[in-house]
Structures are given as structure tokens and as C-alpha cells.
Design a protein around this ligand. Sequence first.
Ligand code: ATR
Length: 276
Amino acid sequence: MIKAAVIGWPIEHSRSPMIHGYWLKKYGIDGSYTKMAVKPEEVAAFVRSLAERGLAGCNVTLPHKEAVFKAADVREPSAEAVGAANTLWLENGRLHAANTDTYGFMRHLEVSAPAWRAKDRPVILLGAGGAARGIVYGMLEAGVGEVRVANRTLARAEEIARHFGARVKPLAWSDAQRAASDCGLVVNTTSLGMAKTGPLDFDVGCLPNDATVADIVYVPLETDLLRQARARGLVAVDGLGMLLHQAVPGFAKWFGVTPEVTDDLRDILVADIEGR
Ligand code: ATR
């Protein structure tokens, strides 16, 4: 029996067991995937003892993503770019760390907005936290010529620009609307628009007619930003797909099968999010 888990503090809210449990059953794999609450002061020791615990690897959620990045023996380029990891596995006795959020976002974008072309026009990100870093990396890798990063705290956007280089342009939050007017894609990477946070004050009216609008928030599934985008006839890319797709590489590493993100699986998550 192959064992994997998701660790965090707290961890009760994690929907990862629902995703991996679904795939384990679907592919008839003799494996398990559980939630484990690990305190911040114990996380380094925990991930160094995966083998003793009988774990093939694990997913990592808040607030441990930076700590496990530091604790790993081998940091994949995806983790190196962001300075944080969400997926760990053992390979020849060494602890590998990757960040699959970038893959999850880019893959979902490819599936949900097939007409979007990286090279066509600038991209604008709202927010400059950890999630933004992963998406900036994905955009640059995909060949986007200019990634604008607008953030309430300008210094954090400037820091991202320093880290990734001249193709990233930092912007003040108040300039986002204006700067978005010639962008092919806008991505909300902040938590604004979630049920418990304040609204995201962004009017999609400023975007070109063929722009794509993406949100990493998935509770609610249809954020105000995405609702506005659909109402204007723009392509809207939700945050749930990123969550589903980011789980694929970890599952493949631990259990040896590359799983498929299907409507069936998505429906299960949607029902859970909507409390049905
Ligand atoms: P994560 O790592 O998940 O991206 P984070 O590092 O806390 O989380 O980043 C949250 C993002 O949401 C940041 O860009 C933050 O802006 P600041 O850097 O200025 O804090 C942004 N954010 C949170 N609340 C906000 C608000 N009320 N208005 C504008 N931006 C907000």
C-alpha cells in the first residue's frame, strides 16, 4: 500500500483528500491519502522523516510552503522560482520539492481559454503574494513578453520584478485599471472576492473585447470578477481548475499513474464548495 498525505496547520479545510481519494478509487490503486496536522515547529523534522512514516511523499499547504522548500534536498525549478513548495516526494532516498501551483494554473488556463496566446499581449496580475510569484513564473515560461504586477504594497511588486527581471513591470494598485486596457489576460491572485474578504474593486469594462479573465479564488466558485467577465462575453477562468490540476503531478509521482481531471471530479468539488 502506497501512502501519501497533505500537511498543514490547520488542515481540516483541505479538499486535497477528496481529489486524491477520487483518483485512488478510480484507478484501483492500493493507496491512501490523508490529512495530517503538523505544527510549524515540527514541519522540518516531519518532512525529513517521510520514509520512517511510510509516506511516499506529501502535499504541503499553509503555512509550511517555505519551510519545506528549505528542508528539501533537491529543489525543482518550479519551486526554486517561487521560493516555496507544495509537493514533496522521495527519489533515491532524497527529498524532492516542487511547486505544482504554476503547472495547475497554466494547465487549467490552456484547457479553459484555448484561444489565449501568450505571445500576443501583456498580462496583468492583481496582487504580489506567493500565488502571484508562481503565476509570473508560468507566464514568463510560456513566453509572455510583459507581465504587469499591480499591488497595494508597491514594494512587493517591485521585489517580484527584481527577482524575475525586466519583463515584469511593477505597478501601483491604483494604476491597475488603466494598465489593463491593452492586456490579453488579467488574473486576480489576491484573496479579494472570497466569501470572507472584501470585494475586489476591478471593472472589466476597461479590457479589450477578446481578453481572458482568471481568478484564483474558488469560494465562491463564481466570483464577482468572473461574473462581470462572463456578462461582458469575455472568457472566464475559475480558481477551482487550478486546484484540481495542481494535484496531478504529485499523484503521478507517488502512485505511478497520471490522473485525469474530469467533469465528474469537478462536480464533486463543486458540490462540496456549494455545501450540497
Ligand atoms: P498568497 O501567498 O496566498 O498570495 P499573500 O502573500 O498574503 O498570499 O498575498 C495576498 C495578496 O493579496 C497580496 O498581494 C496583498 O497585497 P499586499 O501585498 O499589499 O498585502 C493582496 N491583498 C490582500 N488584501 C488586500 C486588500 N484589501 N486590497 C488590496 N490587496 C490586498
